[in-house]
Design a protein around this ligand. Structure first.
Ligand SMILES: C[S@@+](CC[C@H](N)C(=O)[O-])C[C@H]1O[C@@H](n2cnc3c(N)ncnc32)[C@H](O)[C@@H]1O
Length: 271
Protein backbone atom coordinates (compact mmCIF):
# COMPACT_ATOMS: atom_id res chain seq x y z
CA UNK A 1 0.00 0.00 0.00
CA UNK A 2 1.42 3.43 -0.88
CA UNK A 3 1.58 6.25 1.68
CA UNK A 4 -1.23 8.02 -0.22
CA UNK A 5 -3.58 5.07 0.20
CA UNK A 6 -2.81 4.65 3.88
CA UNK A 7 -5.50 6.50 5.76
CA UNK A 8 -5.61 6.65 9.50
CA UNK A 9 -8.65 4.74 10.80
CA UNK A 10 -11.35 7.12 11.95
CA UNK A 11 -12.87 6.91 15.43
CA UNK A 12 -15.97 5.38 13.83
CA UNK A 13 -13.81 2.70 12.15
CA UNK A 14 -12.25 1.84 15.49
CA UNK A 15 -15.47 1.83 17.51
CA UNK A 16 -17.35 -1.35 18.36
CA UNK A 17 -21.08 -0.70 17.84
CA UNK A 18 -22.15 -3.22 20.49
CA UNK A 19 -19.82 -1.73 23.08
CA UNK A 20 -20.99 1.84 22.52
CA UNK A 21 -24.65 0.75 22.37
CA UNK A 22 -24.31 -0.82 25.81
CA UNK A 23 -22.59 2.25 27.20
CA UNK A 24 -25.17 4.63 25.67
CA UNK A 25 -28.46 2.95 26.52
CA UNK A 26 -28.08 0.25 29.14
CA UNK A 27 -27.78 0.41 32.91
CA UNK A 28 -28.09 -3.20 34.09
CA UNK A 29 -27.06 -2.41 37.68
CA UNK A 30 -30.07 -0.08 38.05
CA UNK A 31 -32.40 -2.63 36.39
CA UNK A 32 -31.18 -5.41 38.70
CA UNK A 33 -31.56 -3.22 41.78
CA UNK A 34 -35.15 -2.49 40.73
CA UNK A 35 -35.98 -6.16 39.99
CA UNK A 36 -34.53 -7.22 43.32
CA UNK A 37 -36.38 -4.56 45.32
CA UNK A 38 -39.77 -5.34 43.78
CA UNK A 39 -39.31 -9.11 43.90
CA UNK A 40 -38.38 -8.99 47.59
CA UNK A 41 -41.32 -6.69 48.39
CA UNK A 42 -43.85 -8.83 46.52
CA UNK A 43 -42.51 -12.33 47.17
CA UNK A 44 -40.43 -11.97 50.33
CA UNK A 45 -37.43 -13.75 48.82
CA UNK A 46 -34.48 -13.12 46.50
CA UNK A 47 -34.96 -13.93 42.81
CA UNK A 48 -32.15 -16.23 41.64
CA UNK A 49 -32.94 -17.35 38.10
CA UNK A 50 -33.39 -14.90 35.23
CA UNK A 51 -34.28 -15.17 31.57
CA UNK A 52 -33.32 -12.10 29.56
CA UNK A 53 -35.43 -12.11 26.38
CA UNK A 54 -34.25 -10.10 23.35
CA UNK A 55 -30.94 -10.25 25.25
CA UNK A 56 -28.66 -8.84 22.51
CA UNK A 57 -25.21 -8.68 24.12
CA UNK A 58 -26.56 -10.27 27.33
CA UNK A 59 -25.14 -7.37 29.31
CA UNK A 60 -27.94 -7.60 31.86
CA UNK A 61 -27.72 -11.41 32.12
CA UNK A 62 -23.98 -11.27 32.77
CA UNK A 63 -24.34 -8.53 35.40
CA UNK A 64 -27.13 -10.58 37.01
CA UNK A 65 -24.86 -13.58 37.41
CA UNK A 66 -21.96 -11.44 38.64
CA UNK A 67 -24.21 -9.80 41.24
CA UNK A 68 -24.67 -12.98 43.34
CA UNK A 69 -22.87 -16.34 43.22
CA UNK A 70 -26.23 -18.13 43.61
CA UNK A 71 -27.64 -16.57 40.45
CA UNK A 72 -27.95 -18.03 36.97
CA UNK A 73 -29.30 -16.62 33.70
CA UNK A 74 -30.52 -17.59 30.25
CA UNK A 75 -30.37 -15.14 27.34
CA UNK A 76 -32.57 -15.54 24.25
CA UNK A 77 -31.98 -13.69 20.99
CA UNK A 78 -32.39 -14.46 17.29
CA UNK A 79 -29.10 -12.83 16.25
CA UNK A 80 -26.12 -15.23 16.21
CA UNK A 81 -23.57 -12.46 15.58
CA UNK A 82 -24.72 -10.50 18.64
CA UNK A 83 -24.73 -13.62 20.83
CA UNK A 84 -21.17 -14.42 19.68
CA UNK A 85 -20.17 -10.87 20.69
CA UNK A 86 -21.86 -11.44 24.06
CA UNK A 87 -19.84 -14.59 24.67
CA UNK A 88 -16.55 -12.98 23.62
CA UNK A 89 -16.97 -9.67 25.47
CA UNK A 90 -19.40 -9.99 28.38
CA UNK A 91 -19.34 -13.64 29.38
CA UNK A 92 -16.03 -15.42 28.76
CA UNK A 93 -13.85 -12.50 30.03
CA UNK A 94 -15.81 -12.65 33.32
CA UNK A 95 -14.31 -16.07 34.01
CA UNK A 96 -15.45 -19.65 34.40
CA UNK A 97 -17.58 -19.03 37.49
CA UNK A 98 -19.73 -16.51 35.59
CA UNK A 99 -19.79 -18.21 32.20
CA UNK A 100 -20.89 -21.61 33.53
CA UNK A 101 -23.98 -19.93 35.04
CA UNK A 102 -25.14 -18.30 31.78
CA UNK A 103 -26.73 -20.07 28.85
CA UNK A 104 -27.34 -18.21 25.59
CA UNK A 105 -29.94 -19.59 23.21
CA UNK A 106 -30.24 -18.47 19.61
CA UNK A 107 -33.99 -18.59 19.08
CA UNK A 108 -37.07 -16.44 18.83
CA UNK A 109 -38.80 -15.58 22.09
CA UNK A 110 -41.84 -17.20 20.47
CA UNK A 111 -40.02 -20.56 20.29
CA UNK A 112 -40.69 -21.43 23.95
CA UNK A 113 -37.09 -22.19 24.95
CA UNK A 114 -35.24 -22.16 28.26
CA UNK A 115 -35.94 -23.38 31.78
CA UNK A 116 -38.55 -22.25 34.31
CA UNK A 117 -37.23 -19.13 36.06
CA UNK A 118 -38.03 -16.65 38.83
CA UNK A 119 -37.89 -13.64 36.59
CA UNK A 120 -38.24 -12.93 32.86
CA UNK A 121 -37.34 -9.50 31.49
CA UNK A 122 -37.72 -7.82 28.09
CA UNK A 123 -35.88 -4.50 28.24
CA UNK A 124 -35.45 -1.44 26.09
CA UNK A 125 -38.85 -1.54 24.43
CA UNK A 126 -38.26 -4.99 22.95
CA UNK A 127 -41.98 -5.82 23.26
CA UNK A 128 -42.43 -3.40 20.35
CA UNK A 129 -40.59 -5.92 18.15
CA UNK A 130 -43.71 -8.10 18.37
CA UNK A 131 -45.82 -6.50 15.67
CA UNK A 132 -49.29 -7.92 16.19
CA UNK A 133 -51.55 -8.39 19.18
CA UNK A 134 -51.61 -12.12 18.41
CA UNK A 135 -47.80 -12.32 18.69
CA UNK A 136 -47.72 -10.19 21.83
CA UNK A 137 -50.39 -12.34 23.45
CA UNK A 138 -48.66 -15.57 22.48
CA UNK A 139 -45.37 -14.30 23.89
CA UNK A 140 -46.95 -13.25 27.20
CA UNK A 141 -48.69 -16.62 27.52
CA UNK A 142 -45.36 -18.40 26.98
CA UNK A 143 -43.69 -16.26 29.63
CA UNK A 144 -46.51 -16.96 32.05
CA UNK A 145 -45.82 -20.68 31.61
CA UNK A 146 -42.04 -20.36 31.94
CA UNK A 147 -42.24 -18.44 35.21
CA UNK A 148 -42.09 -20.13 38.62
CA UNK A 149 -45.38 -20.13 40.57
CA UNK A 150 -44.22 -16.91 42.30
CA UNK A 151 -42.34 -15.52 39.27
CA UNK A 152 -42.50 -11.94 37.96
CA UNK A 153 -42.21 -10.47 34.44
CA UNK A 154 -40.47 -7.10 34.01
CA UNK A 155 -40.51 -5.03 30.83
CA UNK A 156 -39.83 -1.51 29.73
CA UNK A 157 -41.82 0.75 27.42
CA UNK A 158 -41.51 4.30 26.13
CA UNK A 159 -44.01 6.78 24.77
CA UNK A 160 -45.05 10.43 24.90
CA UNK A 161 -45.96 13.18 22.46
CA UNK A 162 -42.55 12.92 20.76
CA UNK A 163 -42.69 9.14 20.45
CA UNK A 164 -45.24 9.45 17.65
CA UNK A 165 -43.53 11.94 15.34
CA UNK A 166 -40.46 11.94 13.12
CA UNK A 167 -37.75 13.38 15.33
CA UNK A 168 -34.02 13.09 16.01
CA UNK A 169 -32.41 13.69 19.36
CA UNK A 170 -28.85 13.38 20.55
CA UNK A 171 -27.04 12.85 23.82
CA UNK A 172 -23.38 13.25 24.69
CA UNK A 173 -21.74 10.09 26.02
CA UNK A 174 -18.16 9.42 27.08
CA UNK A 175 -16.16 9.78 23.81
CA UNK A 176 -19.07 9.78 21.34
CA UNK A 177 -22.56 11.18 20.67
CA UNK A 178 -25.62 8.93 20.65
CA UNK A 179 -28.35 9.83 18.12
CA UNK A 180 -31.90 8.44 18.29
CA UNK A 181 -33.86 8.98 15.08
CA UNK A 182 -37.52 8.20 14.65
CA UNK A 183 -37.68 8.17 10.89
CA UNK A 184 -41.41 7.65 10.57
CA UNK A 185 -44.52 6.70 12.50
CA UNK A 186 -47.83 5.56 11.05
CA UNK A 187 -50.78 6.57 13.26
CA UNK A 188 -53.04 4.09 11.48
CA UNK A 189 -50.96 1.06 12.50
CA UNK A 190 -48.71 2.48 15.26
CA UNK A 191 -45.74 1.10 13.31
CA UNK A 192 -42.53 3.08 13.41
CA UNK A 193 -39.03 2.92 11.97
CA UNK A 194 -36.21 4.09 14.25
CA UNK A 195 -32.43 4.18 13.98
CA UNK A 196 -29.47 4.61 16.31
CA UNK A 197 -26.49 6.50 14.91
CA UNK A 198 -23.20 7.39 16.60
CA UNK A 199 -20.90 10.33 15.86
CA UNK A 200 -17.39 11.00 17.10
CA UNK A 201 -15.20 14.03 17.92
CA UNK A 202 -13.15 13.55 14.70
CA UNK A 203 -16.34 14.06 12.62
CA UNK A 204 -16.73 10.39 11.69
CA UNK A 205 -20.06 8.59 12.12
CA UNK A 206 -21.67 5.19 12.26
CA UNK A 207 -24.99 5.75 10.55
CA UNK A 208 -27.77 3.29 11.28
CA UNK A 209 -25.68 1.25 13.69
CA UNK A 210 -29.01 -0.30 14.70
CA UNK A 211 -32.42 0.01 13.04
CA UNK A 212 -35.79 -1.12 14.31
CA UNK A 213 -39.18 -1.54 12.66
CA UNK A 214 -41.70 -1.85 15.40
CA UNK A 215 -45.18 -1.44 16.76
CA UNK A 216 -45.40 1.22 19.42
CA UNK A 217 -47.61 -0.43 22.03
CA UNK A 218 -49.60 1.63 24.53
CA UNK A 219 -49.46 0.78 28.24
CA UNK A 220 -53.14 -0.31 28.37
CA UNK A 221 -52.63 -2.71 25.45
CA UNK A 222 -49.75 -4.40 27.30
CA UNK A 223 -51.76 -4.39 30.53
CA UNK A 224 -54.81 -6.01 28.88
CA UNK A 225 -52.72 -8.69 27.17
CA UNK A 226 -50.89 -9.48 30.44
CA UNK A 227 -54.14 -9.88 32.35
CA UNK A 228 -55.67 -11.95 29.52
CA UNK A 229 -52.54 -14.16 29.64
CA UNK A 230 -53.15 -15.02 33.29
CA UNK A 231 -50.92 -12.58 35.18
CA UNK A 232 -52.50 -11.59 38.49
CA UNK A 233 -51.60 -7.91 38.43
CA UNK A 234 -49.93 -5.23 36.29
CA UNK A 235 -48.04 -2.36 37.91
CA UNK A 236 -46.56 0.69 36.18
CA UNK A 237 -43.47 2.48 37.50
CA UNK A 238 -42.87 5.86 35.85
CA UNK A 239 -39.38 7.25 35.46
CA UNK A 240 -39.10 10.53 37.38
CA UNK A 241 -37.69 13.42 35.31
CA UNK A 242 -35.84 16.52 36.51
CA UNK A 243 -36.85 20.16 35.81
CA UNK A 244 -35.36 19.91 32.32
CA UNK A 245 -37.34 16.78 31.55
CA UNK A 246 -34.28 14.50 31.73
CA UNK A 247 -34.83 11.01 33.18
CA UNK A 248 -33.33 10.55 36.66
CA UNK A 249 -33.22 6.75 36.67
CA UNK A 250 -35.59 6.76 39.68
CA UNK A 251 -39.13 5.39 39.32
CA UNK A 252 -42.40 5.75 41.20
CA UNK A 253 -45.48 3.58 40.98
CA UNK A 254 -48.41 5.46 39.51
CA UNK A 255 -51.84 5.11 37.89
CA UNK A 256 -52.22 8.63 36.50
CA UNK A 257 -49.68 11.01 34.93
CA UNK A 258 -49.56 14.05 32.69
CA UNK A 259 -48.23 13.14 29.29
CA UNK A 260 -44.63 14.18 28.56
CA UNK A 261 -42.61 14.64 25.38
CA UNK A 262 -40.98 11.32 26.23
CA UNK A 263 -41.61 8.95 29.10
CA UNK A 264 -40.17 5.63 30.16
CA UNK A 265 -41.84 3.05 32.37
CA UNK A 266 -41.14 -0.33 33.89
CA UNK A 267 -44.17 -2.61 33.59
CA UNK A 268 -44.22 -5.30 36.28
CA UNK A 269 -46.48 -8.33 36.12
CA UNK A 270 -46.46 -10.97 38.87
CA UNK A 271 -47.79 -14.44 38.08
C1 LIG B 1 -33.96 -3.47 21.18
S1 LIG B 1 -32.68 -4.74 21.16
C2 LIG B 1 -32.58 -5.07 22.87
C3 LIG B 1 -31.16 -5.35 23.28
C4 LIG B 1 -30.92 -5.36 24.75
N1 LIG B 1 -31.60 -6.43 25.41
C5 LIG B 1 -31.26 -4.07 25.45
O1 LIG B 1 -31.96 -4.10 26.46
O2 LIG B 1 -30.81 -3.02 25.03
C6 LIG B 1 -33.50 -6.02 20.44
C7 LIG B 1 -32.82 -7.39 20.31
O3 LIG B 1 -33.89 -8.30 20.08
C8 LIG B 1 -33.48 -9.28 19.15
N2 LIG B 1 -34.73 -9.86 18.58
C9 LIG B 1 -35.57 -9.31 17.67
N3 LIG B 1 -36.65 -10.10 17.49
C10 LIG B 1 -36.49 -11.16 18.31
C11 LIG B 1 -37.29 -12.34 18.62
N4 LIG B 1 -38.46 -12.56 18.02
N5 LIG B 1 -36.81 -13.21 19.53
C12 LIG B 1 -35.62 -13.01 20.16
N6 LIG B 1 -34.83 -11.93 19.91
C13 LIG B 1 -35.27 -11.02 19.01
C14 LIG B 1 -32.56 -8.58 18.20
O4 LIG B 1 -31.67 -9.49 17.59
C15 LIG B 1 -31.85 -7.59 19.16
O5 LIG B 1 -30.64 -8.14 19.67
Amino acid sequence: MSADNRKEASMADQADRHDIYQRAVQNPEADIEFFQKIFREVRGRDPLTLREDFCGTAYLASEWVRSDPRRSATGVDTCGETLAWARGHNIEPAGEDVSRRIELIQASVLDNVGPVVDLVCAMNFSLCLLGTREELQRYLQLIRRSLATDGIFFSELYGGTEAIIAVEEERECDGFTYHWEQERYNPITHEGVCHIHFSFPDGSRIDRAFSYSWRLWAIPEIRECLLESGFSDVRVFWEIVDEEGIGTGEHRETVEEENQETWLVYIVAPV
